[in-house]
Ligand binder design. Structure first.
Ligand SMILES: CCCCCCCCCCCCC/C=C/C(=O)SCCNC(=O)CCNC(=O)[C@H](O)C(C)(C)COP(=O)(O)OP(=O)(O)OC[C@H]1O[C@@H](n2cnc3c(N)ncnc32)[C@H](O)[C@@H]1OP(=O)(O)O
Length: 725
């Protein structure tokens, strides 16, 4: 709701809908009533709009967009009503003014913000556009380039930047409400025409058309198939070409297109999924509601390779003092140099620069080769390479050196947490924290609990994720956990498709057209083919330990492709060797070019193994790659490794470049329809009976038999007697 109060000459309308004062129909109604009351009351000379509990408003109630009870676009006319008010209206912005919240403020004649407030039009991130006339008012206020940037990216900007852009008239460090009332009193009687944004022209640019054309190309490129940024752009373009009222009509048309699009539904699902995974639970009954985190005042990172460097950077950025440890001085110095470089780059991006990060201060960041310095840290993150024996040796040491309550985390992408914990005398404090590369950039943190991991340890790791501004997802312990386990069948299918007749660039193109940031082969070249090769050697799938006489394309009665191993045997490790599934301009180069050598190598390979090359269409490429991944997702849910499909989706969107506008693999499956996913898997499985990962999972079959229930009900069909944990 919105509360109306009148003190002296200024009426106060307070938006009230905890926790973020989202604009529900009730809030809008009360806002409209308040405005009309203030307008009609001759003793009221000005109006001030603010939000309850130090937050202006986070915008329209996102849950309302999918509500069947929603009636039309309620907000635009109310913003107009504010603007046309005959008495000055001042917005007092505290906390956040986002989306519809900022549009309300744009309707006001004056805006005053607290120095710590943040503003933005993030509708694009939930598949929409600022549909309450924001695409028409903002360019008039701050100019087209800045408005376009805010509207097409959805970024939140701090009050200081808002002041520079002219988005707010004033910022204050003290009481914003009092300052706004003072301002309201001061401007009583002043002409309002110049303050009405709808009456202002859009500021001209000398090269508007060229600017817009260039911006259109950039927006399209960044959108990667997502509709909202492009339609946001079109709405802003309308502001530059047509009068206000016509622009508003165009904005409404475009808003309706987006509102009824599947992408908006998917992105709004993704928004709530990200919040749902905060409320973690394990099959043993531990959960976020009963477990309290331990404070992390000081942390240590072991290993300063690619992952360790990123993790140290993340911790320093989160203001957590770090001890960074390497095995010897040579590695330490190399690691220190790399970390300092990363931190310097990060500092440039931050407002306070290097000073705000304070990483030259040894009390905040210390480099050492001395394990004993770890005796008083609250948390250790081991980030050495994936070798069980080495990890166990380190954890054994940690268990002896670290103080009793310290949390012992392992950054592993696949290894068994219980086995690592078995090397310690405190398995309840051992937990997996799987960071994604580059660790200071990627938002995902997969948090893996073992058989003995305590609820406190899970809560502490989740708290750490939050401090690092990452999204933590709690999952159970199995080979590859959730993310990589679902990735195995996807990559496997991609390679099988090459064996059967496709090419890396064809597979990548299909997957990238779907919206992935990078296809499986470009990804493999980027990560390095040798990583998987070492792992397969360790598993005895290839290399000297492979028993003589093993069929080239079979392992344990199942289909196996030796193609990636053969590439490694030719020294083709990907970008680092300038050759992999593609060729590159130089070692470390990033421009992938299709490689004729590889094409003839594939042809020769097929000849050698008697494989008849066939044309594989885009549909088959996409379905085999994605549906096999989704199939594994159902196995994970059935085994209780993750507590809901939202967890899998958040992992894939934030860690694996799955296009957010499709919601994530499980949401996508729900939209495609489980019966269709099942039928396709059945078809491909019959064609490839030696590929177990194409065999439809029993849980998927069960859901289809149960009538394809909505995603939110899936977990009620999991049989509780069979969790692995
Ligand atoms: C029947 C109802 C109909 C209603 C519709 C009528 C109005 C129609 C108007 C037409 C619209 C015109 C165009 C306008 C569109 C919009 O405004 S779209 C919304 C744009 N705003 C956003 O995208 C902001 C989203 N929120 C955030 O970014 C963050 O939540 C935050 C505000 C920055 C706070 O972050 P943090 O402190 O980290 O807390 P969170 O955990 O994220 O959030 C706390 C809880 O609040 C819930 N929540 C947040 N924002 C909204 C929202 N806009 N609507 C509904 N709920 C919201 C969030 O889900 C959390 O709750 P739980 O999920 O229960 O934990």
């Amino acid at each position: 709701m919105a509360q109306y109060a009148r003190g002296s000459a200024v009426a106060v309308i307070r938006l009230r809908n905890p926790p973020v004062n989202a604009l529900s129909l009730a809030v809008l109604q009360a806002l409209e009533d308040g405005l009309k009351k203030a307008d009609a009351d001759p003793s009221v000379k000005a109006v001030m709009i603010c939000g309850e509990n130090g937050k202006f408003s986070a915008g329209a109630d996102i849950r309302g967009f999918s509500s069947p009870k929603r009636h039309g676009l309620g907000l635009g006319p109310i913003v107009s009503l504010i603007e046309s008010c005959q008495k000055p209206v001042v917005a007092a912005i505290e906390g956040v003014a986002l989306g519809g919240g900022l549009e309300v403020a744009l309707g006001c004649h004056y805006r005053i913000a607290h120095v710590k407030a943040r503003m933005g039009l993030p509708e694009v991130t939930i598949g929409l556009l600022p549909g309450a006339e924001g695409t028409q008012r903002l360019p008039r206020l701050i100019g087209v380039p800045a408005a376009l940037d805010m509207i097409t990216t959805g970024k939140h900007i701090p009050a200081t930047e808002a002041l520079k852009l002219g988005l707010v008239d004033e910022i204050v460090e003290e009481n914003t409400i009092e300052a706004a009332i003072r301002l309201a009193n001061k401007v009583i009687g002043q002409p309002l025409g110049p303050r009405r944004l709808s009456l202002k022209p859009v500021p001209k640019l000398p090269n508007m058309e060229a600017f817009l054309q260039e911006a259109a190309v950039k927006v399209k490129k960044q959108a990667r198939g997502c509709l909202a940024p492009e339609l946001c752009f079109q709405a802003v373009r309308a502001a530059t070409e047509t009068p206000f009222a016509q622009g508003v009509r165009r904005e409404r048309e475009l808003f309706q297109v987006l509102l009824s699009s599947g992408q908006a539904r998917a992105l709004q699902y993704a928004f709530f999924a990200e919040r749902a995974v905060h409320r973690w639970a394990t099959p043993t009954g531990a959960s976020w509601s009963s477990a309290a985190p331990q404070p992390v005042r000081r942390a240590a990172v072991i290993g300063l390779g690619t992952m360790g460097r990123g993790i140290v950077t993340s911790l320093v950025k989160a203001n957590i003092p770090v001890v960074a440890l390497e095995q010897d001085l040579e590695y330490l110095n190399k690691g220190r140099k790399a970390v300092m470089l990363l931190l310097e780059r990060e500092a440039v991006k931050m407002e306070g620069g290097a000073q705000s990060l304070d990483f030259h201060n040894p009390a905040r960041l210390q480099f050492t080769v001395d394990f004993d310095l770890l005796h008083d840290v609250d948390l250790v993150i081991e980030a050495v390479f994936e070798n069980m024996a080495l990890k166990k040796e380190i954890f054994h040491k940690l268990s002896k050196i670290c103080k009793p309550g310290a949390l012992l985390c392992t950054n592993t992408s696949a290894l068994n947490i219980d086995e690592i914990a078995s090397a310690t005398s405190r398995p309840q404090q051992v937990i997996g924290t799987h960071f994604f590369s580059p660790a200071h950039v990627m938002r995902l943190l997969e948090i893996i609990y073992g058989r003995h991991t305590s609820p406190t340890a899970i809560a502490t790791a989740m708290q750490l994720a939050k401090a690092l501004k990452k999204v933590g997802v709690v999952v159970g312990n199995c080979f590859g956990f959730v993310g990589n386990r679902m990735m195995f069948p996807y990559v496997e299918q991609a390679v099988f498709l090459l064996e059967e007749g496709s090419r890396p660039e064809a597979v990548d193109r299909v997957v990238e057209d779907f919206g992935f940031k990078i296809g499986p082969f470009r990804m493999s070249d980027l990560a390095g083919l040798d990583v998987g090769w070492r792992s397969r050697q360790g598993q005895g799938l290839t290399g000297p330990s492979l028993p003589a006489g093993t069929a080239a394309r079979q392992r344990q009665g199942q289909r196996y492709s030796p193609l990636p191993d053969l590439l490694c045997e030719h020294g083709r490790f990907g970008q680092k060797t300038a050759r992999g599934w593609y060729r590159y301009e130089r070692a470390g180069g990033r421009t992938a070019t299709p490689d004729p050598w590889l094409h003839s190598f594939l042809a020769q390979y097929r000849d050698t193994h008697g494989i008849k090359t066939r044309f594989i269409d885009q549909e088959e490429i996409l379905e085999r790659c994605l549906f096999s991944l989704i199939n594994e997702g159902f196995a994970i849910l059935a085994e209780g490794i993750a507590s809901g499909p939202e967890h899998l989706d958040v992992i894939y969107v934030n860690g694996y470049g799955w296009p957010k506008h499709t919601g994530g693999p499980m949401f996508y499956a729900s939209i495609v329809g489980l019966p269709r996913v099942l039928a396709k898997l059945q078809k491909y499985s019959e064609a490839h009976p030696d590929v177990p990962r194409l065999r439809p999972n029993a849980f998927l079959k069960k859901l289809v038999a149960a009538g394809n229930p909505p995603l939110k009900d899936w977990m009620s069909y999991v049989s509780r007697q069979s969790p692995k944990l």
